[in-house]
Design a protein around this ligand. Structure first.
Ligand code: GRF
Length: 227
């Protein structure tokens, strides 16, 4: 099996990146993390990736001023040099131009800390609490031109507790993120996800189940669907 070569793009601490690196250590995992790329040389995740033996690179967005496309062309050069097949955005805090998004159409994933299409944008946990939703979670989706949109590959949901604040809720969502991102990347890298009419269609019932994580549906700690 030829593993897909994946670049993880980060801007900060990189906990989702770390989850992907861990998953990719599996002998049968269909992807390898070939590169971690950041728009900030001081991103904490870069040091973690290097310690894990992963090649890292930084393309400082600040060096390009408002030239978003030249910044992205510089990133694209790095991705080309490393023969990258798939890109995973993981806390990558730059908006991408339609040029870059089109270049990676169907080959670029993002993780968002909410059940899309609800709560696009930032500050999702505070907004979810303010809206009084009872269920919250995270989504992995293919990246489309519009922010936090694009075909959804996997979602994980948790119950909102009455005493949750944005921090406690966010911490439980982050655990879900770390679970669903490796699953989603695995499904995509294995070629088990097809995009049809703007939606993801999974190959095989097992893939459908894997892409759905609802750990506390039957009460806290009772896992129904996950690896
Ligand atoms: C995560 O909550 C992710 O969903 C969002 O940015 C955060 C990144 O965290 N897009 P980390 O750097 O992966 O720890």
């Amino acid at each position: 099996m030829k593993k897909a070569r994946v670049a993880v793009l980060i801007s900060g601490r990189g906990s989702n990146m770390a989850a992907l690196i861990d998953a990719a250590k599996g002998a049968y995992y269909p992807a390898e993390i070939a590169l971690v790329l950041s728009n900030r040389g001081d991103a904490a995740g870069l040091a973690h990736a290097r310690m894990a033996g992963i090649t890292t690179a930084a393309v400082e967005h600040a060096a390009y001023g408002h030239e978003r496309e030249s910044f992205e062309r510089a990133m694209q050069d790095v991705l080309d040099r490393h023969g990258i097949d798939l890109v995973c955005l993981a806390g990558f805090m730059r908006l991408l131009t339609t040029w870059f998004v089109a270049r990676w159409e169907g080959r670029m994933l993002n993780i968002h800390p909410a059940l899309l299409p609800a709560f696009k944008g930032l500050d999702t946990h505070r907004r979810a609490l303010a809206a009084g939703v009872k269920i919250h979670g995270a989504s992995v989706h293919f990246v489309a031109a519009e922010m936090d949109s694009g075909p959804i590959v996997a979602q994980g949901a948790i119950a909102v507790r009455e005493d949750d604040d944005a921090q406690t809720l966010g911490a439980r969502v982050l655990e879900i993120e770390h679970r669903i991102y490796p699953i989603a990347l695995g499904l995509v890298a294995a070629g088990r996800v097809r995009i049809t009419a703007g939606r993801c269609v999974m190959e095989g019932a097992a893939s459908v189940g894997q892409a759905l994580s609802v750990p506390d549906a039957q009460g806290a700690g009772n896992t129904t669907q996950h690896r």
